[in-house]
Ligand binder design. Sequence first.
Ligand SMILES: Nc1ncnc2c1ncn2[C@@H]1O[C@H](COP(=O)(O)OP(=O)(O)OP(=O)(O)O)[C@@H](O)[C@H]1O
Length: 371
Amino acid sequence: MAPQPSETNAAVSTAGVELHYGATPVLKGIDISLSKGKTLALLGPSGCGKTTLLRLVAGLLAPTKGSIAIAGRTVADAASGAFSPPEKRNLGMVFQDYALWPHMTVGGNVSFPLEMRGVGKSERESRTMRALERVGLGAYADRRPSDLSGGQQQRVAIARAIVAEPQLILFDEPLSNLDRELRENMVGELAELIATLGLTAIYVTHDHSEALTLADDVAVMRGGLIEQLASPDELIEKPATPEVADFLRLGGVAELEYRDGHWFFKGSSLALLRGVDGVDCAVRVLIPTGSITAGEILPGTLAATVLRSQFRGDGHLATVSLVGAEKIELQVLSRAKLRPGEGIGLSIDASQIRWFGKQVYSSKEENLEHV
Ligand SMILES: Nc1ncnc2c1ncn2[C@@H]1O[C@H](COP(=O)(O)OP(=O)(O)OP(=O)(O)O)[C@@H](O)[C@H]1O
């Protein structure tokens, strides 16, 4: 029997969804369930299948296998061939390029979905004004989109997406065309708007900070699969795999091997920790940025060389490589500006290291005095 969406009372659910282009699988079995009023971010590198999944939910593509339900109603099912087109799914959509009609006024753009639904003129006008006011553009109804800034145009697109009060809003990288400062402001505004209006939303992005700011749940995708689906707090506390930790830039991922009572950086004679239990094996670990203190090279610290450094608001975030294990790159937050090529000493708190693999080591390991 074909897999069915597991939670039929979810706002959106997918069960075993696959999408192939010819013989190439792009999505390889996606199961998600999103409750009403929640925001799910689809996060992952370019080409991992985020937009494809969004287009399947929108009804712009049909799954090769599996099924999709919106508000408990099956909208696509590969086994039975059932398929509802986008206009029957009661959705709002916001795209990266805004997709506003240049020949229409701002008000005309926003009221268009209501016209499509056959809403009468006076109700259309009042709902359009309400939607524009909600995004702070009440005074702009008679302007052309080309007279507005990028950020204002994207607000118009959001007003158009919410005007018909759809049960679900789909965002496809809506802020990626905006410059960094505007994007950072808009993330906060969008999060507030989603919360105030109680929207249920799916939000595609490749920007981890956008996803962690906006979403109740984040699906980290890789190669057509969901690597981990969890709340932002859980992802940060307990990334399931080194790939998730790396993608979320939680710190440096390193492979360690156990020899002679010590954990060495793989392929080097540089030991990170003293091990308590002697098990000859190799594991990958996350060394979180917050576990590292940078200072002078002193006895007891690990020597490192600064590769690059960027100011990020609460300090200088530097990428450093370890002397003696140059392939290992770690991220260090420093109050002082660090210059490329500069040598620094690192102290790493062993209790904060996250070990990936079957065994839990951290409580048994001890910091090593480096020389
Ligand atoms: N019409 C198509 N025909 C063949 N392959 C396609 C088609 N559309 C997308 N793909 C492939 O499917 C994969 C997933 O694409 P998708 O656009 O979903 O990725 P994405 O995670 O949204 O990436 P990006 O962030 O770059 O938009 C990519 O390898 C892409 O090349």
